[in-house]
Design a protein around this ligand. Structure first.
Ligand code: NAD
Length: 187
């Protein structure tokens, strides 16, 4: 059945929302009429891998989409907490979102779960994944290297507004740091 509005879902953690995410949204919007942005791991914040709250991530995304003129095409930004049961996750996502026809994700586990749940999966193209990656941006924040050039200005405003770089540095003093250097052996 062809719905009047073809709607996609892009699920991600957006820790933080970066220019690669923005490009992937632009590219998906060439394929669908509307796109739901699902903020995954919504319950997690204040860790090295997930420093920002769902509300902070939502603000980064909604203000960037508004300023880029894309907000009307992405009418729903929905926090989705993780579920401690992968087999039930797709129904959990569906229960929190409006109807969608295609789930877009680069995450192999999420791809498998959607396919097993009978949902069509779109694999978004990657844009300069070495630079535009949440892991790289958080590493740069921690080290004091340039991270601002990798994110939209709206993400910079949110990070500065919550003193996000200081937050990550404080967390790093209470968590084992697991960033690898080129040439390091895997832990
Ligand atoms: P992410 O923020 O790393 O990525 C979000 C999306 O953006 C992905 O599709 C990724 O491919 C894309 N992307 C990232 N960088 C890009 C770039 N440079 N160019 C183009 N696209 C780029 O988020 P993620 O880790 O993939 O999010 C998956 C979410 O699904 C997590 O929150 C995870 O916990 C959740 N999940 C939960 C369960 C469960 O609760 N049982 C199961 C599976 C997945």
């Amino acid at each position: 059945m062809r719905w009047l509005v073809m709607r996609g879902l892009l699920i991600g953690r957006y820790q933080p929302f970066h220019k690669g995410h923005l490009e992937v949204i632009r590219s998906i919007l060439k394929e669908v009429d509307d796109l739901i942005i699902g903020i995954g791991s919504a319950q997690i914040s204040h860790t090295l891998d997930n420093p920002f709250t769902a509300g902070e991530r939502m603000t980064m995304i909604s203000s960037a989409l508004r300023d880029e003129g894309l907000a009307g095409r992405c009418p729903f930004i929905i926090p989705i907490p993780d579920l401690w049961n992968n087999a039930l996750w797709v129904n959990h996502v569906k229960s929190l979102t409006p109807r969608f026809e295609v789930a877009y994700t680069g995450n192999p586990l999420a791809q498998r779960l959607f396919r097993e749940g009978g949902v069509e999966v779109g694999v978004p193209p990657l844009f300069d994944r070495v630079k535009f990656s949440g892991t790289e941006i958080r590493r740069r924040m921690l080290r004091g290297d340039d991270w601002e050039s990798l994110v939209p200005v709206q993400t910079i405003a949110v990070v500065k507004g919550v003193r996000g770089v200081e937050r990550i540095r404080d967390i790093s003093r209470s968590e084992k740091i697991t960033f690898l250097e080129p040439g390091d052996a895997s832990p």
